[in-house]
Design a protein around this ligand. Structure first.
Ligand code: BES
Ligand code: MN
Ligand code: ZN
Length: 517
Protein backbone atom coordinates (compact mmCIF):
# COMPACT_ATOMS: atom_id res chain seq x y z
CA UNK A 1 0.00 0.00 0.00
CA UNK A 2 1.56 3.28 -1.16
CA UNK A 3 0.47 6.52 0.49
CA UNK A 4 0.88 9.79 -1.35
CA UNK A 5 0.39 13.15 0.36
CA UNK A 6 1.01 16.77 -0.53
CA UNK A 7 3.31 18.62 1.86
CA UNK A 8 4.06 22.32 2.18
CA UNK A 9 7.73 22.79 2.81
CA UNK A 10 10.89 24.46 1.58
CA UNK A 11 12.87 21.98 -0.51
CA UNK A 12 15.94 22.27 1.73
CA UNK A 13 13.91 21.19 4.79
CA UNK A 14 12.17 18.12 3.41
CA UNK A 15 12.52 14.97 5.50
CA UNK A 16 12.71 12.01 3.21
CA UNK A 17 15.24 9.46 2.03
CA UNK A 18 15.38 11.04 -1.41
CA UNK A 19 14.41 14.30 -3.03
CA UNK A 20 13.33 14.03 -6.67
CA UNK A 21 13.74 16.83 -9.20
CA UNK A 22 12.64 16.79 -12.86
CA UNK A 23 15.17 18.19 -15.31
CA UNK A 24 14.42 19.09 -18.93
CA UNK A 25 16.68 18.64 -21.90
CA UNK A 26 18.79 21.73 -22.52
CA UNK A 27 19.21 22.45 -18.79
CA UNK A 28 22.85 23.26 -19.49
CA UNK A 29 21.74 26.37 -21.40
CA UNK A 30 19.09 27.55 -18.97
CA UNK A 31 20.38 30.10 -16.47
CA UNK A 32 17.33 29.56 -14.33
CA UNK A 33 17.76 25.78 -14.21
CA UNK A 34 21.47 26.12 -13.43
CA UNK A 35 20.52 28.33 -10.50
CA UNK A 36 17.94 25.81 -9.23
CA UNK A 37 20.50 23.03 -9.51
CA UNK A 38 23.05 25.09 -7.59
CA UNK A 39 20.55 25.50 -4.74
CA UNK A 40 19.81 21.78 -4.72
CA UNK A 41 23.31 20.38 -5.15
CA UNK A 42 25.25 23.10 -3.32
CA UNK A 43 27.75 23.30 -6.16
CA UNK A 44 27.91 24.83 -9.61
CA UNK A 45 27.12 22.03 -12.01
CA UNK A 46 29.37 22.70 -14.96
CA UNK A 47 27.36 22.26 -18.16
CA UNK A 48 30.32 20.80 -20.04
CA UNK A 49 31.47 18.94 -16.96
CA UNK A 50 30.36 15.61 -18.30
CA UNK A 51 27.70 14.41 -15.88
CA UNK A 52 26.46 12.54 -18.92
CA UNK A 53 22.99 13.58 -17.83
CA UNK A 54 21.07 15.21 -20.69
CA UNK A 55 17.57 15.21 -19.18
CA UNK A 56 16.14 12.78 -21.70
CA UNK A 57 13.11 10.73 -20.72
CA UNK A 58 13.87 7.71 -18.47
CA UNK A 59 17.35 9.09 -17.60
CA UNK A 60 18.21 9.43 -13.91
CA UNK A 61 21.20 10.76 -11.97
CA UNK A 62 21.71 10.15 -8.26
CA UNK A 63 23.62 12.78 -6.25
CA UNK A 64 24.54 13.08 -2.57
CA UNK A 65 24.48 16.79 -1.64
CA UNK A 66 25.74 17.60 1.85
CA UNK A 67 23.60 20.59 2.76
CA UNK A 68 20.08 19.26 2.24
CA UNK A 69 17.91 17.61 4.87
CA UNK A 70 17.63 14.60 2.54
CA UNK A 71 20.70 12.40 2.00
CA UNK A 72 19.98 11.90 -1.72
CA UNK A 73 18.95 13.98 -4.69
CA UNK A 74 17.61 12.15 -7.73
CA UNK A 75 17.52 14.04 -11.01
CA UNK A 76 14.99 12.57 -13.42
CA UNK A 77 14.95 13.38 -17.12
CA UNK A 78 11.72 14.97 -18.34
CA UNK A 79 12.47 15.28 -22.06
CA UNK A 80 12.08 18.54 -23.95
CA UNK A 81 10.10 21.46 -22.58
CA UNK A 82 8.08 21.72 -25.77
CA UNK A 83 6.79 18.15 -25.52
CA UNK A 84 5.97 18.27 -21.81
CA UNK A 85 2.54 16.75 -21.15
CA UNK A 86 0.48 14.83 -18.63
CA UNK A 87 1.77 11.61 -20.14
CA UNK A 88 5.40 12.75 -19.84
CA UNK A 89 4.69 13.60 -16.21
CA UNK A 90 3.22 10.12 -15.58
CA UNK A 91 6.27 8.50 -17.14
CA UNK A 92 8.74 10.67 -15.23
CA UNK A 93 6.89 9.94 -11.99
CA UNK A 94 7.00 6.22 -12.69
CA UNK A 95 10.72 6.30 -13.60
CA UNK A 96 11.52 8.17 -10.40
CA UNK A 97 9.43 5.94 -8.16
CA UNK A 98 10.88 2.77 -9.65
CA UNK A 99 14.44 4.13 -9.28
CA UNK A 100 13.81 5.00 -5.62
CA UNK A 101 12.36 1.58 -4.96
CA UNK A 102 15.31 0.00 -6.75
CA UNK A 103 17.58 1.70 -4.21
CA UNK A 104 15.63 0.06 -1.43
CA UNK A 105 14.13 3.33 -0.16
CA UNK A 106 10.87 3.66 1.76
CA UNK A 107 10.20 7.38 1.44
CA UNK A 108 10.56 9.84 -1.42
CA UNK A 109 9.60 13.47 -2.06
CA UNK A 110 8.94 15.15 -5.38
CA UNK A 111 9.89 18.78 -5.91
CA UNK A 112 7.19 20.71 -7.74
CA UNK A 113 8.35 22.01 -11.13
CA UNK A 114 8.16 25.72 -11.95
CA UNK A 115 4.67 27.20 -12.27
CA UNK A 116 5.07 27.68 -16.01
CA UNK A 117 5.85 24.00 -16.37
CA UNK A 118 2.80 22.72 -14.53
CA UNK A 119 0.58 25.33 -16.20
CA UNK A 120 1.48 23.71 -19.51
CA UNK A 121 -0.53 20.65 -18.42
CA UNK A 122 -3.74 22.65 -18.57
CA UNK A 123 -5.20 22.34 -22.03
CA UNK A 124 -8.90 22.90 -21.37
CA UNK A 125 -10.67 25.84 -19.74
CA UNK A 126 -11.85 25.13 -16.23
CA UNK A 127 -9.12 22.59 -15.48
CA UNK A 128 -6.87 23.31 -12.52
CA UNK A 129 -3.18 22.84 -13.40
CA UNK A 130 -2.34 22.02 -9.77
CA UNK A 131 -4.94 19.26 -9.69
CA UNK A 132 -3.75 17.88 -13.03
CA UNK A 133 -0.19 17.89 -11.74
CA UNK A 134 -1.12 15.95 -8.59
CA UNK A 135 -3.33 13.62 -10.60
CA UNK A 136 -0.88 12.66 -13.38
CA UNK A 137 2.15 12.41 -11.10
CA UNK A 138 0.27 10.21 -8.64
CA UNK A 139 -0.87 8.00 -11.53
CA UNK A 140 2.73 7.54 -12.66
CA UNK A 141 3.87 6.64 -9.16
CA UNK A 142 0.99 4.31 -8.26
CA UNK A 143 0.81 2.49 -11.59
CA UNK A 144 4.59 2.42 -12.04
CA UNK A 145 5.16 0.71 -8.71
CA UNK A 146 2.62 -2.04 -9.40
CA UNK A 147 3.89 -5.58 -9.58
CA UNK A 148 2.20 -8.95 -9.38
CA UNK A 149 4.18 -10.79 -6.73
CA UNK A 150 1.46 -12.59 -4.80
CA UNK A 151 2.85 -16.01 -5.68
CA UNK A 152 6.52 -15.21 -4.96
CA UNK A 153 7.33 -16.99 -1.73
CA UNK A 154 10.77 -15.41 -1.52
CA UNK A 155 11.87 -11.96 -2.55
CA UNK A 156 14.03 -12.11 -5.65
CA UNK A 157 13.94 -8.42 -6.50
CA UNK A 158 15.50 -5.65 -4.33
CA UNK A 159 13.78 -5.30 -0.95
CA UNK A 160 12.09 -2.09 -2.08
CA UNK A 161 8.90 -1.12 -0.33
CA UNK A 162 8.48 2.53 -1.24
CA UNK A 163 5.41 3.31 0.83
CA UNK A 164 5.44 7.04 1.62
CA UNK A 165 5.60 9.54 -1.19
CA UNK A 166 5.27 13.31 -0.80
CA UNK A 167 4.58 15.98 -3.37
CA UNK A 168 6.26 19.14 -2.11
CA UNK A 169 4.86 22.58 -2.83
CA UNK A 170 5.42 26.00 -1.29
CA UNK A 171 2.12 27.41 -2.48
CA UNK A 172 -0.95 27.15 -0.19
CA UNK A 173 -3.28 27.76 -3.11
CA UNK A 174 -1.82 24.90 -5.14
CA UNK A 175 -1.73 22.58 -2.16
CA UNK A 176 -5.49 21.93 -2.21
CA UNK A 177 -5.54 21.35 -5.97
CA UNK A 178 -2.68 18.89 -5.75
CA UNK A 179 -4.42 17.07 -2.89
CA UNK A 180 -7.60 16.79 -4.99
CA UNK A 181 -5.61 15.29 -7.86
CA UNK A 182 -3.91 12.79 -5.55
CA UNK A 183 -7.24 11.72 -4.02
CA UNK A 184 -8.80 11.10 -7.42
CA UNK A 185 -5.75 9.24 -8.76
CA UNK A 186 -5.55 7.08 -5.63
CA UNK A 187 -9.06 5.72 -6.06
CA UNK A 188 -8.77 5.17 -9.82
CA UNK A 189 -5.29 3.65 -9.68
CA UNK A 190 -6.26 1.33 -6.85
CA UNK A 191 -9.10 0.14 -9.08
CA UNK A 192 -6.72 -0.21 -12.04
CA UNK A 193 -4.34 -2.31 -9.94
CA UNK A 194 -7.30 -4.39 -8.73
CA UNK A 195 -8.15 -5.07 -12.39
CA UNK A 196 -4.50 -5.95 -13.07
CA UNK A 197 -4.49 -8.39 -10.15
CA UNK A 198 -7.61 -10.11 -11.46
CA UNK A 199 -6.14 -10.25 -14.97
CA UNK A 200 -2.77 -11.60 -13.88
CA UNK A 201 -4.23 -14.15 -11.50
CA UNK A 202 -3.96 -17.68 -12.95
CA UNK A 203 -6.92 -19.64 -14.24
CA UNK A 204 -6.87 -21.97 -11.26
CA UNK A 205 -7.50 -18.99 -8.99
CA UNK A 206 -9.95 -16.99 -11.10
CA UNK A 207 -12.86 -18.91 -12.61
CA UNK A 208 -16.50 -17.82 -12.91
CA UNK A 209 -17.44 -18.48 -9.28
CA UNK A 210 -14.30 -16.90 -7.81
CA UNK A 211 -14.58 -13.91 -10.14
CA UNK A 212 -18.11 -13.46 -8.81
CA UNK A 213 -16.80 -13.69 -5.24
CA UNK A 214 -14.22 -10.97 -6.01
CA UNK A 215 -16.96 -8.73 -7.39
CA UNK A 216 -19.10 -9.36 -4.30
CA UNK A 217 -16.22 -8.41 -2.02
CA UNK A 218 -15.55 -5.27 -4.06
CA UNK A 219 -19.22 -4.31 -3.86
CA UNK A 220 -19.27 -4.73 -0.10
CA UNK A 221 -16.05 -2.70 0.26
CA UNK A 222 -17.00 0.10 -2.05
CA UNK A 223 -20.76 0.47 -2.00
CA UNK A 224 -22.37 -1.13 -5.03
CA UNK A 225 -24.71 -4.09 -5.19
CA UNK A 226 -23.77 -7.40 -6.80
CA UNK A 227 -26.19 -10.07 -7.91
CA UNK A 228 -24.78 -13.37 -9.15
CA UNK A 229 -26.94 -15.56 -11.38
CA UNK A 230 -26.11 -19.26 -11.40
CA UNK A 231 -26.48 -21.83 -14.16
CA UNK A 232 -30.18 -22.40 -13.44
CA UNK A 233 -31.04 -18.71 -13.68
CA UNK A 234 -28.89 -18.34 -16.79
CA UNK A 235 -30.85 -21.20 -18.37
CA UNK A 236 -34.18 -19.67 -17.38
CA UNK A 237 -33.11 -16.46 -19.09
CA UNK A 238 -32.45 -18.39 -22.29
CA UNK A 239 -28.80 -17.45 -22.49
CA UNK A 240 -27.70 -20.22 -24.83
CA UNK A 241 -24.43 -18.49 -25.72
CA UNK A 242 -23.16 -18.31 -22.15
CA UNK A 243 -24.35 -21.85 -21.40
CA UNK A 244 -22.90 -23.19 -24.62
CA UNK A 245 -19.42 -21.75 -24.10
CA UNK A 246 -19.33 -22.98 -20.49
CA UNK A 247 -20.33 -26.54 -21.43
CA UNK A 248 -16.80 -27.76 -22.14
CA UNK A 249 -15.63 -26.95 -18.61
CA UNK A 250 -16.47 -28.43 -15.22
CA UNK A 251 -16.61 -24.88 -13.87
CA UNK A 252 -20.18 -23.62 -14.21
CA UNK A 253 -20.85 -20.16 -15.71
CA UNK A 254 -22.03 -17.12 -13.78
CA UNK A 255 -23.70 -13.87 -14.77
CA UNK A 256 -22.63 -10.94 -12.60
CA UNK A 257 -25.03 -8.00 -12.40
CA UNK A 258 -23.76 -4.99 -10.50
CA UNK A 259 -25.57 -1.79 -9.74
CA UNK A 260 -24.51 1.63 -8.47
CA UNK A 261 -27.05 4.45 -8.32
CA UNK A 262 -25.31 7.78 -7.91
CA UNK A 263 -27.96 10.08 -9.33
CA UNK A 264 -30.32 12.01 -7.12
CA UNK A 265 -33.64 10.19 -6.84
CA UNK A 266 -36.25 11.19 -9.32
CA UNK A 267 -34.06 12.89 -11.87
CA UNK A 268 -34.60 10.14 -14.36
CA UNK A 269 -38.24 9.69 -13.42
CA UNK A 270 -38.88 13.39 -13.83
CA UNK A 271 -37.70 13.10 -17.39
CA UNK A 272 -34.80 15.47 -16.92
CA UNK A 273 -32.21 12.71 -16.59
CA UNK A 274 -31.32 9.67 -18.63
CA UNK A 275 -31.25 5.92 -18.21
CA UNK A 276 -28.19 4.27 -16.70
CA UNK A 277 -24.93 3.58 -18.45
CA UNK A 278 -24.54 -0.18 -18.74
CA UNK A 279 -21.00 -1.56 -18.82
CA UNK A 280 -20.62 -5.09 -20.19
CA UNK A 281 -17.33 -6.96 -19.74
CA UNK A 282 -16.19 -10.20 -21.35
CA UNK A 283 -15.42 -12.64 -18.54
CA UNK A 284 -13.82 -15.67 -20.19
CA UNK A 285 -11.66 -16.78 -17.26
CA UNK A 286 -9.59 -19.00 -19.53
CA UNK A 287 -9.82 -19.35 -23.30
CA UNK A 288 -8.30 -22.55 -24.65
CA UNK A 289 -10.29 -22.08 -27.85
CA UNK A 290 -12.46 -25.08 -27.01
CA UNK A 291 -12.69 -27.81 -29.69
CA UNK A 292 -11.22 -25.27 -32.15
CA UNK A 293 -8.25 -25.38 -29.81
CA UNK A 294 -5.52 -22.74 -29.86
CA UNK A 295 -1.85 -23.58 -30.45
CA UNK A 296 -0.09 -24.19 -27.13
CA UNK A 297 2.51 -21.44 -27.60
CA UNK A 298 1.16 -18.38 -25.81
CA UNK A 299 -2.04 -20.06 -24.70
CA UNK A 300 -1.23 -19.24 -21.05
CA UNK A 301 -1.93 -15.58 -21.64
CA UNK A 302 -5.56 -16.50 -22.24
CA UNK A 303 -5.96 -16.48 -18.44
CA UNK A 304 -6.36 -12.74 -19.12
CA UNK A 305 -9.39 -13.21 -21.37
CA UNK A 306 -11.55 -11.92 -18.51
CA UNK A 307 -9.87 -8.50 -18.69
CA UNK A 308 -13.05 -6.78 -19.87
CA UNK A 309 -14.92 -8.24 -16.91
CA UNK A 310 -12.15 -7.16 -14.52
CA UNK A 311 -12.28 -3.64 -15.92
CA UNK A 312 -16.05 -3.44 -15.46
CA UNK A 313 -15.85 -4.67 -11.83
CA UNK A 314 -13.00 -2.25 -11.10
CA UNK A 315 -14.79 0.68 -12.77
CA UNK A 316 -17.87 -0.03 -10.63
CA UNK A 317 -15.59 0.11 -7.58
CA UNK A 318 -14.01 3.42 -8.58
CA UNK A 319 -17.33 5.03 -9.56
CA UNK A 320 -18.90 4.02 -6.25
CA UNK A 321 -15.94 5.16 -4.17
CA UNK A 322 -15.84 8.50 -5.98
CA UNK A 323 -19.60 8.81 -5.56
CA UNK A 324 -19.91 9.80 -9.19
CA UNK A 325 -23.34 11.29 -9.95
CA UNK A 326 -24.21 8.55 -12.46
CA UNK A 327 -26.40 5.48 -12.53
CA UNK A 328 -24.24 2.56 -13.53
CA UNK A 329 -24.97 -1.09 -14.23
CA UNK A 330 -22.18 -3.61 -14.73
CA UNK A 331 -22.80 -6.95 -16.42
CA UNK A 332 -20.15 -9.66 -16.67
CA UNK A 333 -20.93 -12.98 -18.35
CA UNK A 334 -18.30 -15.35 -16.95
CA UNK A 335 -17.36 -18.75 -18.38
CA UNK A 336 -14.33 -20.94 -19.03
CA UNK A 337 -13.78 -22.07 -22.63
CA UNK A 338 -12.41 -25.64 -22.46
CA UNK A 339 -12.72 -28.63 -24.81
CA UNK A 340 -14.38 -31.10 -22.40
CA UNK A 341 -16.62 -33.95 -23.48
CA UNK A 342 -19.74 -31.81 -23.36
CA UNK A 343 -18.10 -28.92 -25.21
CA UNK A 344 -19.63 -26.96 -28.05
CA UNK A 345 -18.87 -28.43 -31.47
CA UNK A 346 -18.12 -26.40 -34.57
CA UNK A 347 -21.40 -26.35 -36.46
CA UNK A 348 -23.59 -26.28 -33.34
CA UNK A 349 -26.41 -23.77 -33.28
CA UNK A 350 -27.25 -21.78 -30.16
CA UNK A 351 -30.29 -19.75 -29.19
CA UNK A 352 -29.58 -16.48 -27.39
CA UNK A 353 -31.41 -14.42 -24.78
CA UNK A 354 -33.20 -12.34 -27.43
CA UNK A 355 -34.33 -15.46 -29.29
CA UNK A 356 -31.86 -15.13 -32.14
CA UNK A 357 -29.85 -18.14 -33.26
CA UNK A 358 -26.14 -18.29 -34.01
CA UNK A 359 -24.11 -20.86 -35.88
CA UNK A 360 -20.87 -21.72 -34.11
CA UNK A 361 -18.39 -21.92 -36.94
CA UNK A 362 -15.41 -21.75 -34.58
CA UNK A 363 -15.57 -22.43 -30.84
CA UNK A 364 -12.66 -20.02 -30.34
CA UNK A 365 -14.91 -17.09 -31.27
CA UNK A 366 -16.55 -17.56 -27.86
CA UNK A 367 -16.43 -13.99 -26.55
CA UNK A 368 -19.12 -12.74 -28.91
CA UNK A 369 -21.34 -15.72 -28.01
CA UNK A 370 -21.46 -14.81 -24.32
CA UNK A 371 -21.55 -11.05 -24.98
CA UNK A 372 -24.57 -11.57 -27.25
CA UNK A 373 -26.61 -12.71 -24.25
CA UNK A 374 -25.27 -10.00 -21.96
CA UNK A 375 -25.85 -7.20 -24.48
CA UNK A 376 -29.41 -8.23 -25.10
CA UNK A 377 -29.97 -8.59 -21.32
CA UNK A 378 -28.64 -5.01 -20.92
CA UNK A 379 -31.77 -3.77 -22.70
CA UNK A 380 -33.93 -4.42 -19.63
CA UNK A 381 -32.27 -1.51 -17.81
CA UNK A 382 -33.45 1.03 -20.42
CA UNK A 383 -29.86 2.23 -20.82
CA UNK A 384 -28.90 5.63 -22.21
CA UNK A 385 -25.68 3.97 -23.34
CA UNK A 386 -24.14 0.49 -23.41
CA UNK A 387 -20.35 0.14 -23.47
CA UNK A 388 -18.85 -3.31 -23.81
CA UNK A 389 -15.20 -4.02 -23.05
CA UNK A 390 -13.65 -7.23 -24.34
CA UNK A 391 -10.41 -8.94 -25.31
CA UNK A 392 -12.34 -9.97 -28.38
CA UNK A 393 -10.08 -10.49 -31.38
CA UNK A 394 -6.51 -11.17 -32.39
CA UNK A 395 -7.37 -9.11 -35.46
CA UNK A 396 -7.51 -5.87 -33.49
CA UNK A 397 -3.94 -6.55 -32.30
CA UNK A 398 -2.90 -6.97 -35.93
CA UNK A 399 -4.56 -3.65 -36.78
CA UNK A 400 -3.55 -1.44 -33.83
CA UNK A 401 -0.83 -3.34 -31.98
CA UNK A 402 -0.61 -2.76 -28.23
CA UNK A 403 -0.96 1.00 -28.59
CA UNK A 404 -4.65 1.69 -29.11
CA UNK A 405 -7.96 0.08 -28.23
CA UNK A 406 -10.28 -0.63 -31.17
CA UNK A 407 -13.57 1.25 -30.92
CA UNK A 408 -16.76 0.60 -32.87
CA UNK A 409 -20.38 1.52 -32.29
CA UNK A 410 -23.37 3.62 -33.26
CA UNK A 411 -23.25 6.47 -30.71
CA UNK A 412 -21.01 9.04 -32.36
CA UNK A 413 -21.23 11.51 -29.46
CA UNK A 414 -20.19 8.88 -26.90
CA UNK A 415 -17.35 7.81 -29.20
CA UNK A 416 -16.19 11.43 -29.52
CA UNK A 417 -16.12 11.77 -25.73
CA UNK A 418 -14.33 8.43 -25.35
CA UNK A 419 -11.71 9.59 -27.83
CA UNK A 420 -11.12 12.71 -25.70
CA UNK A 421 -10.93 10.60 -22.54
CA UNK A 422 -8.48 8.31 -24.28
CA UNK A 423 -6.23 11.25 -25.15
CA UNK A 424 -6.37 12.63 -21.60
CA UNK A 425 -5.70 9.30 -19.89
CA UNK A 426 -3.42 8.00 -22.65
CA UNK A 427 -5.63 4.90 -22.79
CA UNK A 428 -6.17 5.79 -26.39
CA UNK A 429 -8.96 4.47 -28.57
CA UNK A 430 -9.21 4.38 -32.36
CA UNK A 431 -12.41 3.98 -34.31
CA UNK A 432 -12.83 1.27 -36.91
CA UNK A 433 -15.74 1.49 -39.38
CA UNK A 434 -18.92 -0.57 -39.36
CA UNK A 435 -19.83 -0.18 -43.04
CA UNK A 436 -22.81 -2.20 -44.24
CA UNK A 437 -20.63 -4.32 -46.53
CA UNK A 438 -19.09 -6.01 -43.49
CA UNK A 439 -22.50 -7.45 -42.65
CA UNK A 440 -21.98 -10.11 -45.32
CA UNK A 441 -19.07 -11.56 -43.32
CA UNK A 442 -21.28 -13.02 -40.62
CA UNK A 443 -24.15 -14.26 -42.74
CA UNK A 444 -25.15 -17.84 -41.96
CA UNK A 445 -27.05 -20.11 -44.31
CA UNK A 446 -28.85 -21.93 -41.55
CA UNK A 447 -29.00 -19.58 -38.54
CA UNK A 448 -29.59 -15.86 -37.99
CA UNK A 449 -25.88 -15.14 -37.72
CA UNK A 450 -22.51 -16.94 -37.84
CA UNK A 451 -19.79 -16.42 -35.23
CA UNK A 452 -16.85 -16.01 -37.63
CA UNK A 453 -16.22 -13.81 -40.62
CA UNK A 454 -13.31 -15.34 -42.46
CA UNK A 455 -9.78 -14.08 -42.78
CA UNK A 456 -10.14 -10.31 -43.21
CA UNK A 457 -11.57 -7.51 -41.09
CA UNK A 458 -11.85 -9.76 -38.05
CA UNK A 459 -12.23 -7.05 -35.41
CA UNK A 460 -15.05 -5.47 -37.39
CA UNK A 461 -16.77 -8.79 -38.12
CA UNK A 462 -16.90 -9.39 -34.35
CA UNK A 463 -18.48 -5.98 -33.80
CA UNK A 464 -21.03 -6.65 -36.57
CA UNK A 465 -21.97 -9.81 -34.68
CA UNK A 466 -22.40 -7.90 -31.39
CA UNK A 467 -24.55 -5.27 -33.12
CA UNK A 468 -27.18 -7.93 -33.82
CA UNK A 469 -27.80 -8.02 -30.08
CA UNK A 470 -27.79 -4.31 -29.22
CA UNK A 471 -30.31 -3.40 -31.91
CA UNK A 472 -30.61 0.36 -32.23
CA UNK A 473 -29.67 1.12 -28.61
CA UNK A 474 -26.79 3.59 -28.14
CA UNK A 475 -23.74 1.39 -27.93
CA UNK A 476 -19.94 1.44 -28.06
CA UNK A 477 -17.70 -1.62 -28.30
CA UNK A 478 -14.10 -1.48 -27.04
CA UNK A 479 -11.81 -4.28 -28.21
CA UNK A 480 -8.93 -4.27 -25.70
CA UNK A 481 -7.21 -7.48 -26.87
CA UNK A 482 -3.99 -5.58 -27.68
CA UNK A 483 -3.97 -2.92 -24.96
CA UNK A 484 -4.95 -5.13 -22.05
CA UNK A 485 -2.51 -7.98 -22.54
CA UNK A 486 1.03 -6.63 -22.80
CA UNK A 487 3.87 -8.76 -24.14
CA UNK A 488 6.42 -6.20 -22.95
CA UNK A 489 6.39 -3.88 -19.95
CA UNK A 490 5.64 -0.21 -20.70
CA UNK A 491 6.50 2.92 -18.70
CA UNK A 492 3.97 2.30 -15.99
CA UNK A 493 2.69 -1.20 -16.69
CA UNK A 494 4.37 -4.50 -16.13
CA UNK A 495 4.20 -7.31 -18.68
CA UNK A 496 0.76 -8.96 -18.58
CA UNK A 497 -2.52 -7.33 -17.56
CA UNK A 498 -2.52 -3.55 -17.89
CA UNK A 499 -5.92 -2.77 -16.37
CA UNK A 500 -6.57 -0.61 -19.44
CA UNK A 501 -10.12 0.74 -19.56
CA UNK A 502 -10.59 1.67 -15.90
CA UNK A 503 -9.05 5.14 -16.19
CA UNK A 504 -10.68 5.61 -19.59
CA UNK A 505 -14.19 4.76 -18.38
CA UNK A 506 -13.97 6.81 -15.18
CA UNK A 507 -12.68 9.84 -17.08
CA UNK A 508 -15.48 9.37 -19.60
CA UNK A 509 -18.17 9.10 -16.90
CA UNK A 510 -16.85 12.19 -15.09
CA UNK A 511 -16.90 14.29 -18.24
CA UNK A 512 -20.09 12.90 -19.77
CA UNK A 513 -21.95 13.91 -16.65
CA UNK A 514 -21.06 17.55 -17.06
CA UNK A 515 -21.74 17.53 -20.81
CA UNK A 516 -25.13 18.89 -21.92
CA UNK A 517 -27.79 16.21 -22.39
N1 BES B 1 -9.67 -14.14 -26.67
C1 BES B 1 -9.46 -14.27 -28.06
C2 BES B 1 -8.89 -13.02 -28.70
C3 BES B 1 -7.50 -12.60 -28.30
C4 BES B 1 -6.41 -12.95 -29.08
C5 BES B 1 -7.29 -11.81 -27.21
C6 BES B 1 -5.15 -12.53 -28.75
C7 BES B 1 -6.01 -11.40 -26.86
C8 BES B 1 -4.94 -11.75 -27.63
C9 BES B 1 -10.77 -14.60 -28.76
O1 BES B 1 -11.65 -15.38 -28.04
C10 BES B 1 -10.43 -15.38 -29.99
O2 BES B 1 -9.93 -16.44 -29.85
N2 BES B 1 -10.73 -14.81 -31.15
C11 BES B 1 -10.46 -15.45 -32.39
C12 BES B 1 -11.67 -15.27 -33.28
C13 BES B 1 -11.61 -16.06 -34.54
C14 BES B 1 -11.69 -17.55 -34.23
C15 BES B 1 -12.77 -15.64 -35.42
C16 BES B 1 -9.24 -14.79 -33.00
O3 BES B 1 -9.09 -13.57 -32.87
O4 BES B 1 -8.41 -15.48 -33.55
MN1 MN C 1 -11.31 -17.43 -28.25
ZN1 ZN D 1 -11.50 -15.24 -26.01
Amino acid sequence: MIRIAVRRSAVTRVESEVLIHFVFEGWQKSARELKVLRTLTGVNLIPEGGTGFAGKERETLLLFPRHLSTPRLLLVGAGTHAQWSRERLRRAGAAAAKAARGMGLRTASFIEPEKEVTAALDTAPGEDPAELYGHALAEGVLLGLYRYDRYKTREDSPPGHLTRVSFITDSPSRETGIARGIALASVVCEATCFARDLENAPGNEIYPESLAASARAAGRRSGFSVKVLDEGSIRSLGMGGLLGVARGSRRPPRLLVMEYRGRKNGRHAAGTGRGPVVLVGKGVTFDSGGISIKPSAGMAEMKMDMSGGAVVIAAMQAAARLRLPVDLIGIVPAAENLPGGAALRPGDILRHHNGMTSEVDNTDAEGRLILADALSYAGRFDPSLIIDVATLTGAVVVALGHVATGMMGNDTEAMRLLKESGDRTYERVWELPMFEEYEALIKSEIADVKNTGGRWGGAIAAAMFLRKFTGTRPWVHLDIAGTSILEEPSDYSTRGGSGVGVRLLIDFLRHRETAPE
